[in-house]
Design a protein around this ligand. Structure first.
Ligand SMILES: C[S@@+](CC[C@H](N)C(=O)[O-])C[C@H]1O[C@@H](n2cnc3c(N)ncnc32)[C@H](O)[C@@H]1O
Length: 256
């Protein structure tokens, strides 16, 4: 099923949560000169227009990135660069954030299955050091793992259109860690009234860091917040999560 379109949700509170943490993690992982690999199972198109009909229809960006003033940080630096290149309503997806923050010695591998999203991703991200794949994200990332450089980060950010996807993400994370034990995995999941994320969180039988925030969307369609899991979290990741809480107070409510 491929009916989900991220253009309706770009720049919303869940993106702010996910993208702030992602940008900080990438900044941390690139402090040493050795190259890293960045992989995504579900890349999306990489670049969004917050003045598009899709974006204005949900108004999520107005309740997210446009409702908050963030201090100088890796995401804000990226946002400024992207707005300079593409205009004031441009908003970067996770692949674009990664490309902005990564260096010549780093490699990106991005999976996207939707034909139109994939075409847009190619237009937005094609370039040196970036491999683009139109294939199932779980199958594709598993097939090229472990990559070179061997140190790296995998973002798993599905649309959870199918209820079984929560359990699938847990199962996939175990298989991936068995094949590539050095990987850091970052998983995003929605908090829904139905609490479906518990299947993912409780299905993970390995150590992880978890960060959940709540928010109140006018038309959240049952989404009450956003969750992140970090497996093999780099040293000082807990400081990043605390810092993000401080930067977003008023927009994202930390949940115990
Ligand atoms: C939540 S969006 C990704 C957003 C992106 N990570 C970001 O933060 O900018 C999920 C994407 O996964 C794609 N998708 C759905 N099923 C997929 C699959 N099995 N493999 C790869 N991509 C898939 C959808 O077309 C959609 O573009």
């Amino acid at each position: 099923m491929l009916s989900y379109q991220h253009s309706y949700h770009a720049g919303g509170p869940a993106d702010v949560h996910k993208h702030l943490v992602l940008a900080e993690l990438l900044a941390l992982l690139t402090k040493k000169s050795r190259g890293i690999s960045y992989l995504e199972t579900h890349a999306g198109r990489g670049l969004y227009d917050l003045s598009s009909d899709d974006s204005l229809k949900t108004g999520e960006a107005a309740e997210g990135i446009n409702a908050i003033t963030l201090p100088d940080c890796p995401l804000v630096k990226t946002l400024r660069n992207i707005q300079q290149k593409y205009g004031p309503d441009a908003y970067p997806g996770s692949p674009m954030i990664a490309r902005e923050l990564l260096r010549d010695q780093d490699r990106l591998h991005l999976m996207e299955l939707h034909p139109v999203e994939y075409r847009n991703l190619r237009q937005n991200l094609m370039g040196e050091g970036v491999s683009l794949h139109r294939r199932d994200g779980y199958e594709g990332v598993f097939a090229i793992t472990p990559p070179k450089p061997r140190k790296g980060l995998v973002l798993i950010d599905p649309s959870y259109e199918i209820k079984t996807e929560y359990a699938e993400v847990a199962e996939f994370s175990h298989r991936l860690m068995d094949k590539w034990p050095e990987a850091t995995i970052m998983i995003w999941y929605p908090l829904l009234e139905a609490d479906r994320h518990l299947e993912l969180v409780q299905g993970l039988k390995l150590p992880f860091l978890k960060h959940e925030v709540g928010f109140d969307l006018k038309d959240g369609k049952g989404m009450t917040g956003s969750g992140l899991i970090l497996i093999n979290a780099p040293y000082r990741s807990d400081e990043i999560l605390q810092q993000v809480e401080g930067q977003t107070s008023g927009l994202l409510q930390p949940l115990g």
